[in-house]
Ligand binder design. Structure first.
Ligand code: ADP
Length: 470
């Protein structure tokens, strides 16, 4: 049977991105569609930013009413085709004509509307999916609505957890305000006395996936399960961990248009001095350059970096942090950069071009996450021959093997405990290896010869999952 799959998501490259979810939703469909019997299309909210940047390409399909509790809203469906994939966008003036993607007081209501609109749209789409594939909490309610409110015969559902920490939780009184409740109740939406969109997805989807095998195991435990571990454990047989890939044509140092000096061979890489000059660091191609590019949130292990950064900067190294997020971290790194101005740069913002220039310029990528469902930054680093330094958790554990100077195996550096001195120790060890010509060449060679983390293998796992469901 052919697979017609509709991805439901809240972000997707090249349209809008705040993190790895956008990379995944923006690259997986193209690869899945390479199989003749598979067609994946994607539906997203039409954020202001997309409307502004893609207005010439958007084609109006249809308008239709959507009820959010007592509110009668209108949704307009647009579509465009990009690199062979059809994308649908749901427009609503009230919910999505705003700056940015998230962070509004009514985010819950916005995605109730989005999920409701997606389900309503199924009857007018020029495409009849047999599988709905929802991504993260913003799509969780679509799994529930597809099962209960508007059941469609033979329609199957998959829900992917990209990060179980973000659940879309709302107070229970919102429940009656936002839903049509003919019998007064939609089951499976409540958790711990609150309305929980991720729980809705986990409860109602036919299959659940998450983005690495280790994270799939971790979230069955109280520590990683963020309160939802009993649901995951109960549904363990329906849960699969499939590691994310990246678009290796896009993240390619030989062709990346954002980097000043494309390179295939690390010896020819001249990008470090350009970035040093651009960021006001002393220009010296021999100085080891460490970078981190991240959302500034606790998950990313920033407390560990905070605790040891001044001590590590006693070494002859340079460090660049590119990120945006919690003011606690923005303030800390802003001041840390002021007191270490010839060694540390904190660039507080979201900048895709600078990110790629840093992947290309750096020797090391530092990612000491507290937890990490998959992580893409370490995979992008491998593509640019930048050595990842990670904490062994979730997808980081599944993709980075620590360098062993005796067996000469490994594609990065890692440490186990969430402990700042363990991070400092591994940073110092990486420096020692950097200055050892033989080991340094070996680890770079291992990266050259190792897995590229393209989507090829993981796409096969998704195909098998879809086939099994149908
Ligand atoms: P998460 O999805 O938890 O944020 P991932 O490692 O899976 O983490 O993906 C992060 C993605 O977002 C990577 O492509 C990374 O380069 C990018 N990114 C994160 N912060 C920034 C930033 N400030 N500027 C540009 N790109 C960023």
């Amino acid at each position: 049977m052919s697979e017609k799959i509709l991805f439901i998501a809240s972000e997707c490259t090249p349209f809008v991105k705040t993190g790895g979810l956008a990379d995944v939703v923006g690259s997986l469909p193209q690869v899945l569609n390479q199989k003749e019997t598979t067609e994946v299309r994607v539906v997203l909210p039409l954020y202001q930013e997309i409307r502004e940047n893609w207005s010439d390409d958007l084609e109006n399909v249809h308008s239709f009413p959507v009820s959010v509790g007592w509110r009668n809203q209108e949704a307009t469906l647009y579509q465009l085709t990009y690199q062979g994939v059809v994308y649908y966008f749901i427009e609503n003036e009230y919910y999505f004509t705003r700056r940015g993607l998230y962070g509004y007081y009514d985010d819950g209501e916005r995605f109730v509307f989005f999920c409701q609109a997606v389900i309503e749209a199924l009857s007018i789409l020029p495409f009849q999916p047999n599988i709905l594939h929802g991504h993260d909490w913003q799509a969780g309610l679509a799994m529930a609505f597809a099962k209960i409110q508007k059941p469609i015969e033979h329609l199957r559902t998959v829900f992917t957890i990209h990060n179980i920490k973000y659940q879309g939780i709302m107070p229970l009184d919102v429940y009656h305000d936002l839903f049509h409740l003919p019998d007064g109740h939609i089951s499976g939406l409540e958790w711990n006395g609150l309305l929980n969109c991720m729980k809705a997805g986990l409860f109602h989807a036919d299959k659940i996936t998450t983005v690495s095998p280790s994270y799939a195991k971790e979230i069955t435990t109280p520590y990683f399960g963020e309160g939802l571990y009993p649901i995951i454990s109960e549904r363990e047989e329906d849960v699969a961990g499939i590691v994310n890939g990246i678009n290796v044509d896009d993240y390619n140092p030989q062709t990346d248009p954002h980097i000043p000096y494309p390179y295939s061979n690390i010896e020819e890489n001249k990008n470090k001095t350009i970035i040093q000059e651009k960021l006001g660091l002393p220009v010296n191609s021999k100085k080891p350059l460490y970078v981190t590019i991240t959302r500034l949130v606790e998950q990313k292990g920033l407390h560990l970096i905070q605790a040891i950064i001044d001590e590590f900067l006693q070494e002859d190294v340079q460090f660049v942090l590119l990120g945006t997020g919690d003011s606690e971290f923005e303030d800390y790194f802003y001041h840390a950069a002021e007191r270490n101005n010839d060694k540390l740069v904190a660039y507080l913002g979201f900048d895709e071009a600078l990110a790629r220039q840093l992947y290309a310029a750096a020797d090391f990528f530092v990612m000491p996450s507290l937890f990490e469902p998959c992580g893409l930054s370490q995979l992008i680093s491998l593509q640019y021959k930048t050595i990842p330094i990670v904490r062994e958790t979730g997808g980081l554990k599944d993709t980075i093997r620590p360098y062993n100077e005796y067996t000469k195996e490994g594609n990065g550096f890692s440490f186990t405990n969430y402990n700042a001195h363990d991070l400092l120790h591994v940073l110092q060890y990486s420096l020692q290896i950097f200055h050892d010509q033989e080991h340094w060449s070996t680890i770079l060679k291992n990266i050259d010869e190792g897995d590229s983390y393209s989507w090829t293998e993981s796409a096969k796992s998704y195909h098998t999952l879809y086939q099994d469901m149908l």
